[in-house]
Write a protein that binds this ligand. Sequence first.
Ligand code: 6PG
Length: 505
Amino acid sequence: MKNFADIGVIGLGVMGKNLALNIVDNGYKVAAFDLDAEKVSAAEQQALNEVPAREQMLQGHDSMQGLLQSLSKPRLLLLSVPAGKPVDGVCQALIEAGIEADDIVIDTGNSLWTDTIAREQHYRGQFVFFSSAVSGGEVGARFGPSLMPSGDRAAWDHIAPIWQAIAAKVDSHSGQPLERSQPGEINTAGEPCTTYIGPAGSGHYVKMVHNGIEYADMQLICEAYQILHQGLGLAENEIAAVFERWNQGELNSYLMEISAEVLRQHDPLTGKPLVSMILDKAGQKGTGLWTAVSSLQMGCPAPTIAEAVYARAMSTQKGLRMQLSGQLAGPEIQVDDVTRSELIDGLEAALYCAKVSAYAQGFQLMAMTAKEQGWQLDFAAIARIWRAGCIIRAGFLQTITDAYHAAPALDNLLQDKHFADALSQQQPKWRKVVAVAVLNGISVPCISSALAYYDGFRTKVLPANLLQGQRDFFGAHTFERTDKPTGEKYHLNWSLPQRSLIKVG
Ligand code: 6PG
């Protein structure tokens, strides 16, 4: 048994404890700390109960000093505490406990990427502030998450062996996840779902966009459920069967799989489908919102991600919705038999197209921000590490990997031939679904905004010409002309009786 632990884990909530147990499974010795002593002993006990041979592989400490003294140098400290002030609180406590300049603190929470950049600078000289966003929820943390590390490149060399060991694995030939689900199991085969993302902040940015896409993906599935339930009157178990069928095809994904499972679940209290007893008010912790805000700041259209955030916000206005549902008129739902059968088939296509559109939005946003920040992001690698372990894992991510592998500098996924052909071929069904939903008064903000995004990109002349005319009319904001070089600015003297054109720059 080694004397020193390989890594310290601070924060033994579900994610921290499961990451610690995952690290132990892979043969690394963990020193653990939490302000709540009960969580420390529970983690120690769980490690022993799961695999008795693990004695002393996870050792708790009741102080930061004790934790630091137990670690080999340079020390690796994995932080699993809520984003925001708690991260700085722990960093301060580590400074007071004697952390050293070479030691590496790895923030695994969903921190705001700009906070991460600021922290990396702020703590420089006191310790190395590194980050590694984690996706996959509690099961992922326990048996293989997708990990998005970023920060000091030399620090990554110390972290990489542990990260590659604990990450989810994908079969390198088939691209399929290699699942593990038992304590003590390890998986040395396959490609690990982790890669060095880039400088400080980039990993958290990529994780933020992952979550923005996650919001869109979830809402798209929810809108399909709404059309099938509210529009076609299908029961929960019938919709689950439709989702299970779709999950065998191009829509195969973890989110589709769990949606079917949620729909099949009965409420232990009433015996009714559980989903019918769950209040329709969605929560959120902020990462989807940050993605939407970033897209607005970058001037990069990501309407489906933003609409997914708005859909959650709309859901929380339950009182007003209840009131207005009796006040605002809408159509009676009328779907004839032909439309009905077309719709189920069409919905699969619509969902696929909308999903491609949402991913295209997320990937372009990452590309534009990377350019602005001077990050060299490898999009094929990012798609590759999302194939397993994370919440948006899906067979579909192999196709995105292939697209960026073939053309690393792709501006937008819609330029990829495979996706362009697929959407071109399936768009009539997508339109039909949106049209039927709109005509029947079913709110589908994500499926329809994804289509508007697609149509926006296939439109040679947008009405922004009129918009520029309006801006110039009331604010002399100038416009460029179609027949003059880009950058030349013109203004029309709208208020003068003799309107004349002036070249202003
Ligand atoms: C993941 C998840 C994870 C978390 C979200 C939930 O990748 O493992 O995205 O990070 O479940 O933060 O976010 P909301 O509470 O905002 O839905």
